[in-house]
Every structure is written in C-alpha cells, then in structure tokens.
Design a protein around this ligand. Structure first.
Ligand code: THG
Length: 366
C-alpha cells in the first residue's frame, strides 16, 4: 500500500519522532491522529509482544475531559453502565450509546482529579456529541479534548520495565485500577490496562513536550528486557476478543450485540440514552451477537466486510480475521444471527478470494 501523505488533518503524536526512529512500517488513522499498525511484521511483532515488553504510541486514544460539579451526573446519561462504582483508583470500560441504543464509542473512563473525568475514546468524534449534550442541557461541566497522550507498556515483562521507571509501587496496581506515580517530579496517571491480553499499563502523559522524555526513559531502562516499539497487534487482539470500534461494531450495533451486556445495568435504563431500546432488546433477546469464528483455508487480508452464510442464507458478517501462528487457524470475529450463533455451528465466510468454511467457537483464544 502507498504511504499516508502528512497533512494537518492527520495529527502527529508526542511520540511520533520515536516511532519513526524505531522504523514504523505502517500506520492507520484513529481520531484524526497517526496510530502505528506494524513495525517488523504482524507476526514478528506478535511473537515479541507475547514474550517480552513493548512501548506503544496510543496517543490516538484521545482524552475527553469533562470537568465540573455536574460532570459524573452528565456522563451517566451517556452510558448504560452504572457509574456509582466510579472511584479515583478505578478505570471503567463504558459503552457510549445513542438514543436508539447504537454504539457511539467504547471508551475507558477515569477520574483524573476531583470533579474531573477523562473519557479515553475509541475512533469516533465523541467530543461533538458530548459537547452538544452538555451545552444544550445546561450541565455545569466543561468539555474539551486535553493535551494528554496515553503511552502503553504491554507484554509479560511490563511490570519489570515500569517498576524501573516509576518505582515498585506500580506492581500493586490491579487490572483496571489506576494511580499517580512520579516521573521527573510529575505525578503521572498510570492504569493497569491496554489493548492486549498480555498484561501491561497505560501512562497518561500530560503535555506534548513531555512525550519523548518518557519514551526515551522507557527504552533506556529496558534494554536488557528486549524492549521494542510496538502497537496494538491485529493477530493478538482478535485472539483475545478485543473489540475494534468501526470494525467489529458500529452505530448499527447495540452494546448487547457487542457482547458488552455485563456493562448494561438495568438500574440505568430509565434515564440513559438508548435505555428504552436496550430494555426492549433485553426482554426480546438480541437478534445477533459478536462471536469468535475459526475460518479454514487460506484467507486474504480482511479489508472489507465478509458476508457470512449458512444454507445459502445470509446470517452475519466478519470484519476482523487473520492467521494465528500460535493457534494454527484463522481467528476471526463476526456479528452472527441468533439462529446461527451457537458454538459449533458450521457457516461459510465469503472473502474476496472466495468462500471459506468456518465454525462458530465457544470462546476467544487469548
Ligand atoms: N485503553 C484506553 N483507552 C482506549 C483503549 C484502551 N480507548 C480506545 C479503545 N482502547 C477502547 N476500546 C477498548 C476495548 C477493550 C478494552 C478497553 C478499551 C479492554 N477490555 C477488556 C477485555 O475485553 O478483556 C476488559 C474490560 C473490562 O472487563 O472492564 O481492555 O485499550 N485507555
């Protein structure tokens, strides 16, 4: 594929200089910002991620700050997840839903300071929706995209690398908890989270000018850990069943269809956006659901919708699929009709190179 021509609509990140020096080979655009997709190759990056530790430029996970006395009360309207559990040391994965119950985004929510929340968004212009809601409903809350850029440290040796730079305290963080740890005299928000199943952290770097200092410190501290620049890995994230907004689900889908039912709390459905639609879906059962799928044979890159058939009838679609070197099968996820979503169901997936036999799996691979 040709390269991305730089221009003002595709933003660089505070870490782009480091990413380029590390030899990035591919980018995508996410929230109007560069997101690396490959350094050596999908497979080499994948094996390294599962064995060592990587530093990822995920600055494109932009932070929408909602600040003010009404901040949390306002955010509660945006999601069917009950935010009563929100505390300063917890991250919450929240489906954000429109009035019809359609997914607008699937961000991570954190409290950055008293009455100050950061919504760490996936790839959609959620800022516009939240600002529109805040200013028309008269909430006492300011909404803005702040100069905060997540840097992820992922892989089995993440704890060791992070402890060297931020101190042993980071080891005590539990999955999806967060806290502030010092770096060069600045208390920096760190969570145990990230877009892989290999374990790791995300560091919320405040101020573009501080990006490369931290990037360089992590590489200097991790030389003997075989630290490398990396990025969310297509193979690993499909194995792990991590959803990609805009690929596996869009505004056409509800959180229940996305398998995010555990983040839909009945107690919220009388006042959040989309609550009525979600109540109806809960009562009637979902018509389709995201399912893990194993595809046989050789497959081309999944760069378009692959229709799914059974008995000659359309029963769903696949938007993410790739060969898994560890599991020796093509791992995929797709939206599959209720009639065909049971584990073991035989289906056919239509790739641009032809039909392939496939089977609905019980669970993702990891
Ligand atoms: N970290 C942060 N912000 C993000 C992402 C992230 N914003 C964009 C994008 N990723 C949002 N999407 C996801 C998708 C999955 C997860 C997090 C964000 C995730 N899911 C876990 C899982 O599915 O196993 C656990 C969720 C839970 O149980 O609470 O981690 O990666 N900061």
């Amino acid at each position: 594929m040709a390269r991305i021509s730089p221009n003002g609509r595709v933003r660089r990140t505070p870490f782009s200089d480091g990413v380029e020096a590390a030899g990035v080979k591919g980018y995508t655009v996410y929230n109007h910002m560069l997101l690396p997709t490959v350094f050596e190759s999908f497979e080499a990056d994948y094996h390294h991620l599962k064995r060592h530790v990587q530093v990822w430029d995920v600055a494109c996970e932009r932070q929408i700050q909602v600040k003010g006395p009404d901040a949390l009360r306002m955010i509660q309207f945006l999601t069917p997840r009950d935010l009563d559990k929100m505390t300063a040391d917890r991250c919450l994965y929240i489906p954000v839903v429109d009035a019809m119950g359609g997914m607008l985004n699937d961000p991570v929510l954190m409290q950055a300071a008293p009455d100050t929340y950061w919504i760490s968004i996936a790839d959609s212009d959620l800022l516009l929706w939240i600002e529109g809601f805040a200013c028309t409903q008269g909430f006492d809350a300011e909404v803005s995209e702040v100069d905060v850029s997540p840097l992820a440290v992922q892989g089995p040796k993440s704890d060791d690398l992070m402890a060297r730079v931020f101190g042993d305290g980071v080891r005590a963080l539990r999955f999806f908890s967060c806290g502030r740890f010092g770096f060069e005299g600045r208390p920096t928000l760190i969570s145990r989270s990230g877009y892989s199943k290999q374990g790791g952290f995300e560091i919320y770097v405040e101020g573009t000018e501080n990006g490369m200092t931290l990037w360089n410190a992590l590489f200097a501290a991790g030389e003997d850990l075989n630290v490398r620049a990396g990025c969310p890995n297509l193979i690993e994230r499909i194995e792990g069943g991590l959803l990609s907004y805009g690929n596996d689900m869009t505004r056409e889908n509800t959180p229940l269809e996305c398998g995010l039912g555990r983040f839909v709390d009945a107690s919220q459905l009388d006042h959040c956006f989309g609550g009525r639609a979600l109540k109806e879906e809960l009562a009637e059962g979902s018509k389709q659901m995201i399912r893990p799928i194993a595809i046989e044979g050789d497959i081309p890159p999944c760069d378009r919708v692959w229709p799914v058939y059974a008995d000659g009838k359309r029963v769903g679609q696949v938007k993410s699929a790739v060969w898994s070197p560890d599991h020796k099968i093509n791992v995929a996820m797709g939206m599959i009709a209720r009639t065909h979503w049971d584990t073991g169901t035989a289906i056919e997936v239509e790739t641009q190179d032809g039909m392939r036999s496939a089977t609905v799996q019980e669970k993702f691979w990891r």
